[in-house]
Design a protein around this ligand. Structure first.
Ligand code: NAD
Length: 264
């Protein structure tokens, strides 16, 4: 349902050309926010995606192709948002990648990439967004951590380290903004059926000789008591709640939406 809660505000969602970021961008557009999209993909498809969402919700949309592993490109993206929309009111640090391997086999370049994209990028966007948010005395920083920001899983050392780091960074950001109208919180999803997780399903199907459905069920049954995937729409609704006046004193939380994963 279209609402006006975020009319006049600008949201920048990193990694919003796919999956959870796209779901959250849609939910924020539905509330009337202008959106700066970011992420990789086919240029024509991306243009269609942000043009369509702008038309659907009657908001302004734009796109910047910054590689979130590169601080200079992040700086260019934040400067673009400032020039285009006068700054960022809602910052969603969502871009992320995964790689699955045992510690002793983990490619060092994959470790560096995961730390850069899943953790350090949030530091760069946040440090650049905070002065404008503090000046307006309103801002929402939403960091897409993971249930892996709360608990570990084998084979995911870099990801778990980055997500635990992101939860810690969220707490410090929340403390440093506690007496302002800026809040910082983390969302910790369990399995969401996006390309990032489908790759793990495919690997499992190949490894264990399962069909796609059986591999999905096997993945869920191991970790997620509900047996259901979390959806980008559900995560979008949680992001909208963090932006609402009711969430003004929700600060520094790591809020899991994980089908019961972390309750075990
Ligand atoms: P996805 O692969 O569907 O989307 C990732 C997005 O990040 C894409 O838009 C991609 O283009 C972008 N991206 C990747 N590398 C980038 C880079 N260097 N610079 C800019 N953009 C880049 O994945 P997703 O599942 O939607 O994941 C989104 C976030 O949610 C990630 O941080 C992920 O760790 C987190 N998460 C996902 C799940 C899940 O089950 N899918 C669970 C918990 C947390």
């Amino acid at each position: 349902m279209k609402s006006t809660m975020l009319v006049g505000k600008t949201a920048l969602v990193t990694g919003s050309t796919s999956g959870i970021g796209l779901g959250i961008a849609r939910s924020l557009a539905e509330q009337g926010a202008n959106i700066v999209f970011n992420g990789f993909g086919d240029a024509q498809q991306i243009e269609k995606l942000y043009t369509d969402i702008g038309a659907e919700f009657g908001v302004q949309t734009a796109y910047h192709n910054a590689d979130m592993s590169k601080p200079q490109e992040i700086e260019a993206m934040m400067a673009y948002a400032l020039e285009k929309f006068g700054g960022v009111d809602v910052l969603v640090n969502n871009a992320g990648i995964q790689h699955v391997a045992a510690v002793e086999d983990f490619p060092t370049e994959k470790w560096d990439a995961i730390i850069a994209i899943n953790l350090s990028s949030a530091f760069h966007t946040t440090r650049l967004a905070l002065p404008g948010m503090k000046q307006k005395n309103w801002g929402r920083i939403i960091n897409l951590a993971s249930v892996h920001g709360l608990v570990g899983s084998s084979q995911k050392s870099a990801y778990v380290a980055a997500k635990h780091g992101l939860v810690g960074f969220t707490k410090v950001t929340a403390l440093e903004t506690a007496q302002t109208g800026v809040t910082a919180n983390a969302i910790c999803p369990g399995f969401v059926l996006t390309p990032l997780v489908q790759k793990q399903v495919d690997d499992r199907a190949a490894r264990e000789g399962l069909d796609n459905d059986a591999a999905r069920r096997a993945l869920l049954s191991e970790k997620q008591p509900s047996g259901e995937f979390v959806t980008p729409e559900e995560l979008g609704a949680l992001a909208v709640f963090f932006c609402s006046p009711a969430a003004a004193q929700v600060r520094g939380v790591a809020w899991n939406m994980d089908g019961g994963w972390a309750a075990q």
